[in-house]
Ligand binder design. Structure first.
Ligand code: NAD
Length: 464
């Protein structure tokens, strides 16, 4: 695995200001893959200066020309898709098939969508005797997590570029190699010098320096609610724009009229994908009491197909594995019934956790309230639709969810009452243009599609 020993700043790889490095570990075999520099406030400052210097020209570049550069970037991501998939597999541990289709594939869709949007978006509107100009916010500080190492980056950088913003990216410590590959791709695509910059480093050092930098105009953060709260406070104190994509504890609501087997099987697949490390995963399955035992049996059978080391990869690091195992022990201690999996390690090597299903989970249990971020599903029993709604809405989160019913209209009526940012109706397909983001403590702001683009724009009204 090729790693750069510098930062990508102002169109070139430059030595880091300090000498500290971060070891990148393969979660499948626990071997060190590479080292990348641990950036400091000095590196962040150099990157922000480069982004600031590049901003006026990039903001003034006609949208069609910006669109052409984003299209070129998409083409590089296509050309290097296999390398991207292998890199994600090496540092995240996801099975190669998933890395190809999702980790390498989805960013191509998203970059493509912004190449189109940059060209077609209306950066000007008329309201009565006013012309409203939609102008780029400025320099963006992007801070991303490791769970979808390239998608999280592209979901911020592509709309920022489309809007005319310049960017400094601080990727997650666990997956910096994919971010370095992305920096190479921006270079190959011919993005002007300083429009995109990369500083690898630790969250509380490089991440914090970026969030606090006075010349950053907007901080876009995806990660834990705890860090998001801190970044929101910092941005608030500086009166600076902030977008937060945080945690989730989404409900998969199976109404009695639904195709139960399909809803359970798709629900289990949704959580097991990426080893449960998906913020929008439907980790709470809500089933009517009359169908409960059948659903639990179906869930246990479905999860047996997800063999660690085959269809399911390890978790990203030892800390996450221990955290998830801790939650499994907590579920047992709270009185939930383990029907598949458990906290024992399925393999000696690698940060694997057994795909786990809990039955007899009550809404107040920690495993039903807190984000676990691993391959763990809780099956909860509801009495009637009102009870299902109370349970579905009964957490501090509101990122995603699913509703299944015999008739689409019945599912939609329920979905309208859910306090959450995205709902899949009867297994609806992923839409890269649909706004993604949270209600309640799942965040502030939206990513993807035109809503994601508008996050990077500010308005100026001219009166005539
Ligand atoms: P995390 O919050 O620890 O880290 C996310 C990013 O923030 C990393 O780049 C990290 O280095 C950086 N960071 C850490 N401390 C910082 C600080 N003090 N200042 C600035 N930056 C800092 O989260 P994680 O463990 O990497 O990711 C898992 C969490 O992310 C889960 O809770 C998950 O739900 C959430 N997540 C949310 C979404 C979403 O779109 N809503 C997507 C993926 C992950």
């Amino acid at each position: 695995m090729k790693a750069h020993d510098g930062m990508y700043i102002g169109g070139q790889w430059r030595p880091a200001a300090g000498h500290d490095t971060i070891a990148v570990v393969n979660p499948t075999d626990e071997q060190v893959l590479a080292h990348v520099p641990a950036g400091t406030a000095e590196d962040v400052d150099a990157a922000v200066r480069a982004a600031r210097a590049a901003f006026p020209a990039w903001a003034a570049t006609p949208p069609a020309a910006r669109a052409a550069k984003i299209a070129a970037l998409r083409d590089v991501l296509v050309a290097r898709a296999e390398e991207i998939a292998e890199t994600v597999t090496a540092e995240l541990g996801s099975p190669l098939a998933l890395s190809r289709t999702v980790h390498a594939g989805v960013p191509v869709l998203v970059a493509g969508s912004y190449a189109e949007l940059a060209a077609s978006y209306s950066f000007e509107e008329k309201i009565g005797n006013s012309t409203v100009l939609l102008e780029p916010v400025g320099v963006v500080g992007a801070i991303t997590p490791w769970n979808y190492p390239l998608h999280q980056v592209v979901a911020k950088v592509a709309p920022a570029l489309a809007a005319g913003c310049t960017v400094v990216l601080k990727p997650a410590e666990d997956t910096p190699l994919t971010a370095q590959l992305f920096a190479e791709a921006t270079h190959e695509a011919g993005l002007p010098t300083g429009v995109f910059n990369l500083v690898t480093g630790l969250g509380p050092v490089a991440g914090q320096a970026l969030a606090e930098h006075e010349d950053v105009d907007l901080v876009s953060f995806t990660g834990s609610t705890a860090v998001g709260r801190q970044i929101g406070a910092t941005a608030g104190a500086a009166v600076k724009r902030v977008a937060l994509e945080l945690g989730g504890k989404s409900a998969n609501v199976i109404l009695p009229s639904a195709d139960l087997a399909k809803a359970v099987n798709v629900g289990i697949a949704n959580v097991m994908s990426n080893s449960g490390q998906t913020c929008s995963a439907w980790t709470r399955m809500l089933v009517h009491r009359d169908q409960y035992d059948e659903a639990v049996a179906l869930a246990a059978a479905a999860v047996a197909k997800y063999v660690p080391g085959e269809r399911v990869g390890p978790l990203v690091n030892a800390r996450q594995r221990d955290r998830v195992r801790g939650y499994i022990d907590k579920g047992v201690a709270e009185g939930a019934r383990l029907v598949a999996g458990g906290s024992d390690a399925p393999h000696e090597k690698g940060y694997y956790v057994s795909p786990t299903v809990f039955a007899d989970v009550t809404p107040d249990m920690a495993i039903a309230q807190e984000e676990i971020f691993g391959p763990v599903v809780s099956v909860l029993r509801y009495e009637d639709e009102e009870d299902a709604l109370r349970i579905a809405n009964g957490t501090v989160y509101g990122l995603a969810g699913a509703v299944w019913a015999g008739e689409e209209a019945e599912a939609v009526a329920f979905a309208r009452r859910m306090d959450t940012g995205q709902v899949d109706i009867n297994g609806g397909r992923f839409n890269p243009l649909a706004p993604f983001g949270g209600y309640k403590q799942s965040g502030v702001g939206r990513e993807l599609g035109p809503h994601g683009l508008s996050e990077y724009l500010q308005t100026k009204s001219l009166q005539f």
